[in-house]
Design a binder for this molecule. Sequence first.
Ligand code: SF4
Length: 120
Amino acid sequence: MWNHLARKYINQALKRGDIKGGNTSCKYYPCSFDKQDCTWCFCPFYPCLLSHGEFVMSPTGRRIWDCSHCRVVHEPEMAKNILKELKEKGRPIEEIERGEIIWTMRLIKPLRENYIFNRP
Ligand code: SF4
């Protein structure tokens, strides 16, 4: 099941047909790193539960997945790969299992690992 925000960004990207580039009009830009891509402003994989994140308590006491060290989806090359995979499925997002796309990330794991910030 996709998060509704993830679905929104996926549908926007599929409609646009390409990555968005850096959204320099966003007041948070760059929220991750210089020259980042903003296509996946809301990560389609959240919460991916992969090794580079961890559960933490939010200020309101909720248990949330903290992946603030991860830059994967903001790397332009990776953003393109994710969109390419989604396009190649050729089906509406409602018919695609989230796991199918997360599996895609495993296929490009070596690439992904180069994009993870070193944890402090
Ligand atoms: S990813 Fe989203 S919040 Fe971050 S700079 Fe881009 S548009 Fe702003």
